[in-house]
Design a protein. Structure first.
Length: 454
């Protein structure tokens, strides 16, 4: 496969990842219009975001393993088709139930796009080039999460909210046609039996966790934790986690090999991924912080994130290329330090726009490492071709769990205070959390150990 073919493949993968990731972040600006059009109670508006993430979580491992068995091309195309079908349902929905059904289908389809895209990179690129390519894919995903509100805000000035989802359909059709010609059909030659029990137990566990944590009441956190609407689902998630481990221990071809958790590199990478998701969840709240701190309009507040966006766009390919030269540990540590400094400065930026812009740039550079190539590079290096898609899917699950957890906890912290005080507390706590993660990252392999043949 020549360089020109690789560029075509990457263009198809990048566009698919961008489309799937944007539909996580574009919902925020559209919610007021959706609420008015469909006459939705404010209490349940959060489900427009959460049901997408929930079904994305439950489908990741399924599609990842299917791509190992049936080939990357088939599963990538099927994922795009499901996503397009969900987008169509959302765009024509005239009631809340239909809207949620469409968002669920969208999330389920998107769950196959990102892990398969990362696995294709591992299939077609040698180890010395994977870092920079995964950095580019990470840049696309990270940028989508940040620019989504800006993109949605621009479209909503001229069109109704339905257009945000309708636009996915022609893009998906073009991607499907191109994928049939250019995406490789790579699959594992002897994949073994399909682990349906593992898929089912893991999916139910993630669904119970997502449902329970989304039902937390920001105004009365302690009471809601013990309520019938939350506690049974969190307990069920814990029990299903035990069941999942028991099922996977006995499975002939498990979707989660328990030996993964004996691998220090993978365990630390998973922990950092959860924290990355927590940090990403705060992006939704940064514009609200800017509105309160600087008395600007919500539209102007969104555009104040431009330094963060630009830094992410620059940092992802830059740090991805540096991984190939310096190894993942030093780059991850640099990302953690930059993120820590950025969130700490953001904690103090309520009276200085310049400090706000500087903190945004630091966060953008830092998160371009953590949500970009570094963690996926480690996963590819630590696993065989047989498990590439599954481990990439696991990393996506870790990040999504962090996003759900972070959004719930951040909401609780903000609801307990008035003005910008709650936001400042959130940013301070995040910087302290990053100090702990930085200490953990010291246990990662150095460059010499990383490139040494196993």
């Amino acid at each position: 496969m020549n360089e020109r073919d690789n560029r075509r493949i990457l263009a198809i993968l990048f566009t698919g990842v961008l489309m799937g990731a944007l539909d996580i972040s574009i919902v925020g600006p559209a919610i007021p219009s959706i609420e008015t059009t469909l006459d939705i109670a404010p209490r349940v508006l959060g489900w427009i975001f959460s049901i997408y993430v929930l079904f994305n979580l439950t489908g990741v491992s399924l599609f990842a393993r299917l791509s190992d068995i049936f080939g990357r091309r088939k599963i990538y195309i099927i994922s795009l088709a499901i996503f397009a079908a969900g987008s169509l349902v959302v765009s024509v929905s005239h009631n809340f139930t239909t809207l949620l059904m469409g968002r669920a289908v969208q999330g389920f389809g998107a769950s196959g796009i990102f892990p398969v895209a990362s696995a294709v990179v591992g299939d077609i690129f040698p180890p010395e080039k994977r870092g920079r390519v995964l950095g580019l894919i990470g840049a696309v995903f990270g940028l989508a999460f940040i620019i989504g509100p800006i993109f949605a805000g621009v479209l909503l000035r001229y069109f109704e909210w339905h257009v945000l989802f309708l636009i996915n359909i022609p893009i998906a059709i073009v991607l499907i046609l191109l994928s049939t010609r250019h995406i490789p059909t790579t699959r594992v030659e002897t994949p073994g039996l399909f682990d349906w029990r593992g898929i089912l137990s893991l999916g139910l566990m993630l669904a119970a966790f997502a449902y329970g944590i989304n039902r937390l009441d920001n105004k009365d956190f302690a009471a809601s934790m013990l309520s019938i609407h939350v506690l049974p689902y969190l307990v069920a998630a814990m029990l299903l986690l035990v069941v999942t481990f028991r099922v996977e221990k006995r499975a002939e071809n498990p979707i989660i090999k328990l030996t993964y958790f004996k691998n220090r590199q993978i365990l630390i990478s998973g922990s950092i991924a959860v924290v990355t998701g927590i940090l990403q969840s705060s992006f939704v709240f940064i514009p609200n912080f800017a509105v309160g701190a600087f008395q600007v309009t919500p539209s102007d507040a969104s555009f104040m994130l431009v330094p963060l966006v630009v830094a992410t766009a620059i940092g992802s390919p830059l740090f991805g290329r540096m991984i190939d030269s310096f190894g993942s540990r030093i780059i991850i540590m640099a990302g953690l330090v930059l993120s820590m400094a950025g969130f700490f400065l953001l904690h103090m930026a309520d009276e200085s726009k310049m400090l706000f812009y500087i903190s945004g740039a630091l966060i953008g550079f830092g998160l371009s490492v953590l949500s970009g190539s570094a963690l996926r590079y480690i996963m590819l290096n630590e696993t065989s071709m047989v498990d590439r898609a599954v481990t990439q899917g696991m990393l996506t699950i870790f990040i999504s769990v962090g996003q759900l957890t972070g959004a719930a906890l951040i909401g609780v912290i903000i609801a307990r205070t008035t003005g910008t005080a709650g936001y400042k507390d959130v940013f301070l706590y995040q910087s302290l959390l990053l100090i702990l993660v930085l200490a953990t990252s010291l246990l990662l392999k150095n460059r010499q150990s990383e490139i040494k043949p196993s």
